[in-house]
Write a protein that binds this ligand. Sequence first.
Ligand code: PLP
Length: 463
Amino acid sequence: MGWLTELVEERGAEALDLHAQTINPQFVRLLRTIGFDRRWARAEGAYLWDSDGNRYLDVLGGFGMFNVGRNNPRVREALIEALELQRPGSVQLGVDSLPALLAEELLRRAPASVGKAIFTSSGAESVEAAIKLGRAATGRPRVLSAEHGFHGLTLGALSATGAPEFRDRFGPLLPGFAQVAIGDLDALERELASEDVALFIVEPVQGKGVNLPPDGYLQSAQELCRRYGTLFCADEVQTGFGRTGRLLALEHWGLQPDLITVAKSLSGGYVPVGALLMSDAVYEGVFDSLPNAVSHGSTFAPNDLAMAAGLATLRELDGQGLVERSARLGELLLERTRPFVERYDVVADVRGLGLMWAIEFQEPNGGSRTWKLLERIQPGLFAQLVIVPLFREHRILSQVAGHGMNVLKAIPPLVVTEEDVDWFANALDETIARAEKMPRALVRFALGAARAGRAPKRKLVRA
Ligand SMILES: Cc1ncc(COP(=O)(O)O)c(C=O)c1O
């Protein structure tokens, strides 16, 4: 037995306490308050096991990084092989084949509008690269994004992120950023017409809320960008690699962006990885001379393990037919859950594309005092009345689709089976039926949890 196995065996039981001591006590408090404080023992495919041997269905999927399934054996083998090969990677003033091979595979699968790739280590870094290179390539300062969009939490990416709950307290953010409402082409054109916008960055399907774009919107937005000399950037960090039933979600609308950001599941969930795919024109606008040959990069970004995992993940998506599987099982999930809109007063909408799925709740017709109370204490609290029993009684790990939203979201590994879809749909059916009645015990629990989770009034500290 290796020392790591021994260490995990010896100290695994301390995970929550140790995390609270050394990393984030508030987060551990939150987990304990909602009863998500399990000791996790094992993971495989779409499942997690707790230390009592109970199996959970993971429809949260590590925030969408496990498209090929947790602990995918073929990606793991590639990583072991990469370690054993002892490749001369990261020479820095020199190149090795693995990054170029992964870039080749990515570009081969991407639309013809992009011709170069630069690697990063996260989604936010891919967005940062898009902003930086987009500005340099166009010589323009401004960046447009969509309201309710999410692009990451580093300062540049955060400046493009539309949701105030992520932005408040962290300002001032970068100058030159503005948001437009999805679907409002007039507003977009008004912004673009000033001809000082470097790029418009947009998620093909918004992750926060799982908002699908109105028909024709993305194509028209791309066309407007072309007309006014703005780069069109598709943020595929969450929607990429089969999530929506196509390898890239942009394929649903035949988009040809100048910039495409990817990350998350590209490494099969094993190692940090990301990339910005860009048009040759953007590349040439930035890396335009020998002194500018290294205008952007990051020490670890094109490291061997990330590259090997990326190559293995793309092979896995192809080899196991996971993109088609996502489309098929996504349809099945919609088929099984759309009837809930008719069946339950409290269900406003069920929507999805591939295995990016959401259910939205609403105040029942005729009004409900309990609903109003829940909303007053914490907007989006009703969704917790579903998510908590889904976890505690049906062993399904899910999430709300964003702050203050009565939207439950599923982005499971694409390896889920028909039986898993049944497991999820049946559990939802039962849980919504009960939550809709807003039984006193459940409401009391939710209110208690919301009150316990309240931040104490923060003192303003001015430097
Ligand atoms: C569309 C989108 N862009 C960017 C990001 C940021 O990625 P990361 O968390 O890897 O920085 C996310 C993360 O959820 C995302 O969904």
